[in-house]
Design a binder for this molecule. Sequence first.
Ligand SMILES: [Zn+2]
Length: 50
Amino acid sequence: MGTIKCDICGGTLSMDVSGTFAVCDVCGLKHDTERLKVKVEELKKEKSQN
Ligand SMILES: [Zn+2]
């Protein structure tokens, strides 16, 4: 599975201990679980196209 990256800066996301959101290591932007699901689907689409 590919790495999910920050919407803003492309940095690596770390899951919060609560498991309810992920935070960018670089800029600190929070991505909630709904956003993460969308990003996972986008990654799957990219893989199927290539
Ligand atoms: Zn970021």
